[in-house]
Design a protein around this ligand. Structure first.
Ligand SMILES: [Zn+2]
Length: 104
């Protein structure tokens, strides 16, 4: 059995809890990573990237795409996609993104 510390079963995890919980760090230099996003970025994503809260990987998604990037541009893939989604969404929301605003 592999236990998963920090993730209680049967209880929703808030973005706030995640922030102090799992901090993916670069396997090459140990710096804290930010979510790496592929595809055409929304304006909020460009703002967040400018502030260093996420990284933009470009419009084309490569095979075996990495999902995290450190400030030194190292990229790696982390299997915890939930943490990635939480961080990405938190960065977008912090820059004014709203999930309902998808048609404008
Ligand atoms: Zn690095």
């Amino acid at each position: 059995m592999i236990s998963c510390p920090g993730r209680a079963v049967g209880r929703p995890i808030s973005a706030d809890e995640y922030r102090g919980d799992v901090m993916p760090t670069c396997p090459e230099c140990g710096a804290p990573g930010v979510p790496l996003m592929f595809g055409l970025p929304v304006p909020e994503a460009r703002d967040a990237a400018a502030d260093g809260h996420l990284a933009l990987g470009g419009c084309l998604v490569p095979e075996a795409a990495p999902n995290w990037q450190c400030p030194r541009q190292h990229r790696w893939w982390d299997p915890d996609e939930t943490a990635w989604e939480e961080r990405l969404l938190a960065a977008l929301l912090a820059h004014g993104y709203t999930e309902a605003d998808t048609t404008s």
